[in-house]
Write a protein that binds this ligand. Structure first.
Ligand code: ZN
Length: 244
């Protein structure tokens, strides 16, 4: 990894027989243990924002950790992260948290914050922000933030785009809504020197079929891995555009 560059990991949930965006409990432990053994400093959006403000250089081995959706197994993920001394930002969805059926309840979100993790919004409804009228997207950004600020009793500075759906107008709206860091699903290495607030953070979703070797490529900025992912996502974008 070049100095002052870093990968941001995106997890969703832990399940023994889940889909491609889930990992098993043992995969999670294997991956966290790998990061620890390799000497990675694993931080959250809050710590990164402080580094950007202070113009602090990054440790040699550095990764950001994020968890999207606020599914129930987030408590288990939080416990595991604490055990390894890692922080993370959890992105929660207002309407899912209110129903709390299979998702963290509002109270559990407050407890997560008290445990030292940072919390960001992930929409009110989890619909893709670039797939709705811009006015509706702006409303989602505003309402999810107001909800979470009221719940936590503090300013909310972070969000992640549901399903990674963003465009130029949505990004501008995210920053206008007062968010300082926005997590996307663009699979790329982030360069700290190019970052000023507000900023987008490229993230790689950790899939179930990723091996420890894949994780190593992600966090070490392995160029062929990222090129392959870029080509792959461009290929997938064609049918998305045709049939959306
Ligand atoms: Zn999501």
């Amino acid at each position: 990894m070049k100095p002052n560059t870093f990968a941001c990991l995106m997890y969703h949930f832990v399940q023994e027989n889940g889909g491609q965006y889930s990992v098993t409990r043992s995969q999670l432990h294997e991956q966290l243990s790998y990061l620890q053994q390799q000497g990675f400093v694993v931080e959250d959006f809050e710590q990164l924002e402080q580094r950007i403000r202070a113009c602090d250089p990054l440790p040699g081995r550095y990764a950001l950790m994020t968890i999207d959706d606020g599914e129930s197994s987030c408590s288990l993920i939080a416990d595991a992260l604490s055990r390894y001394g890692f922080r993370a930002t959890f992105f929660v969805i207002r309407d899912f948290a209110r129903k709390a059926n299979g998702y963290l309840s509002e109270q559990e979100i407050v407890e997560l914050r008290r445990a030292g993790f940072s919390i960001g919004t992930h929409g009110t409804s989890h619909r893709g922000l670039s797939r709705m009228p811009l006015a509706t997207a702006r409303q989602e950004l505003k309402e999810s933030r107001e909800w979470l600020e009221q719940l936590l009793g503090e300013q909310v500075r972070y969000m992640s785009a549901p399903h990674g759906y963003v465009n130029r107008n949505v990004i501008a709206s995210i920053f206008q809504a007062g968010y300082g860091l926005a997590g996307t699903s663009t699979e790329a290495v982030n360069v700290l020197d190019g970052l000023s607030l507000p900023a987008q953070i490229a993230r790689v979703a950790v899939r179930r079929n990723f091996t420890l070797e894949t994780l190593e490529k992600i966090v070490s900025g392995h160029k062929p891995f990222y090129s392959y992912r870029r080509i792959r996502s461009a290929a997938f974008a064609i049918p998305k555009r045709l049939f959306a």
